[in-house]
Design a binder for this molecule. Sequence first.
Ligand SMILES: [Zn+2]
Length: 392
Amino acid sequence: MQNPSFLAQQKTLEKSQGKNNLQSLFGTHKNPCDNQTKSLLDGVPPKELAPIFHYIFKGLRETGYLKAFTSIDKSLLVALDGVEYFSSEKIHCECCSTQTFKNGRIRYSHKAITPVIVSPNQKQVIPLSPEFISPQDGHEKQDCELAASKRWLERENFIFENQSITILGDDLYSHQPFCELLLEYGKHFILVCKQDSHQTLYEWLDDFEREGKINTFQHKKWNGKQHIITKYRYMNQVPLKDDDDALMVNWCEVEIKNSKGKVLYYNTFITNFTINNTNIKTIAEAGRARWKIENENNNTLKTKGYNFAHNFGHGKQYLASVLATLILLAFLFHTILEYFDACYRLLREHLSSRKMFFDDIRALTRYFCFESWQKLLEFMLEQLEIPLPESV
Ligand SMILES: [Zn+2]
């Protein structure tokens, strides 16, 4: 509902009407108290919620909805990225990561890896179970994004049985041990690989360039106003680092320019897919789809009403992480409802901005009590004079 004051509002509704939406929509018997809910949740490790993500993923797969998301080699593109959802110099818990400044001040924070299924052709993204970056038992060093990504892979790999997966990530992930781990787990990868952090690889590329061995390919597309020129350069089998046991990877560069020569997009990737003139476009598009984890997922969670970075309660153990996971689940359910619930989909199409949709739901449930979710959605459709879908 994207409603930070729902509980208080329902208590008021209970006083005036003798009933409330917590009972009818969420099936509670007695109104829970804020502090009690928080102290109960504080003891729940967030991975206890992972089976809900698995259930949804399995359902989407079995009903064929994920087919529209498949890309190169019929694989699903899973983008990994770290996101910070809490920081403070005062509030902290045993799961906080810490950063000590020169003047002795300490900054506490919580970060997570929030993997999502993305596709260049799909507006929606499908969040998967997150992994939290948090000090680990038996490790003295601070936890980091790469270590958390490894744990995520070890924990979640089983859900991808018989499903080809291509992992997308930023430059940080173009790291030999991580790439090797992906290959060990039978995963493909398309990862950003920048020159300043991969000098050896780029020295090899300079040599190949001098020898005229770098492959180039370009195509021109009319976008209705001007010609857009996409130029690719690629080279297969380049060492990722300066070592005898360096992993050999396939590198490509994408540059998109308008007809005036202005660069609209530039990036470089490494992949385990052997690149050729036929698949380079698909590989580059898949690599580019990585931005969706920042824009469609992390940015939506922070700025589109989900209040992902808001401190709803920190707790002593897991509360902050459990609340973050529940917010991710809310976002996932909203996406799923658009696929599977005809009334919800119609309303979202009509009330086109997410904000308008949730503003209306918040206002309605503050003043009226609805028997069920279905009745709430039907009421909205009727008032907007939208015919109910046939299946209802
Ligand atoms: Zn903490």
